[in-house]
Design a protein around this ligand. Sequence first.
Ligand code: PPS
Length: 297
Amino acid sequence: MSENQELKRHCLLVPVKGVLLTEHIANNYKAVSAFCPDPSDLLIATYPKAGTTWVQEIVDLLLHNGDSETCKRAPIPIRIPFLENTARLGIPSSLDLLKAMDPPRVIKTHLPFHLIPKGFWENKCKVIYVARNAKDNLVSYFYFHKMNLTHPEPGPWEGFIQKFMNGQVPWGSWYDHVKGYWEEREKRNILYLFYEDMKENPRREVERIMRYLDLSLSDDVISRIVELTSFEIMKENPTTNYTFMSKPVFDHSLSTFMRKGEVGDWKNYFTPEQATEFDEDYEKKMKHVNIPFRTQL
Ligand code: PPS
């Protein structure tokens, strides 16, 4: 894409407390940081493209006893507002949406741990964090940059790898993000999930989420939720596949939101040299933590 087209996207990245955010979200941060949740509210936090929508849909179905019709009542960002998001394309700002909802509410965020409004910790809200291995997360984010016209143009693949490694992407460093929540997970009672575990055994992870939410659903309902949240069904579900959001926000002709949903897809994009360079850098950045990421199943 040419520089002119790049400018047309109007996507400046602005640092907030050391983390790059898109301009509209950075400008909204002061209001977001003052948001005070109810103790009954649940937060779903992720680095972008780690499996947010998947967990959102699982949680909504768990809270509605697997009732698929109720869970089609509205597109996912209306059912589960995206905390820091501003108004666009007929979807009101999330702070406005939340004002109009009675607790307990479920809220999505991509903010790193240190940018989460303090009220979530003061009120001891439950928090589910989902993490995905860096290489698959990066590939998914690269394709998302192509189709999300509110993100900067990703540029060539090789250059995007460098941007990701340097945290020069919206919501900043993947490394700091996954470490930030990992280090706080026990103290704050955060349920820390992995995308790869969900792919390996979705039922086990749905049950894990159910227990964290203090719910007890029948085996049949759990089976139904596992089926309704499969990649294939969510890809066809108009409330989860983001077809409700089109240009000038998402251009689905460039890449679909529900793209592949696989573990190990990175092997189709990284050259052996790129993988080696990435892994060497990864070892340095992650050497003080032992987060059990898996890059293949
Ligand atoms: S966002 O924009 O940050 O909210 O995106 P997010 O939902 O976190 O991530 C999108 C990726 O998750 C995949 N996905 C799934 N994989 C497996 N099963 C299910 N049910 C599922 N739902 C979403 C989606 O396909 C994106 O990953 P990629 O690798 O790009 O396909």
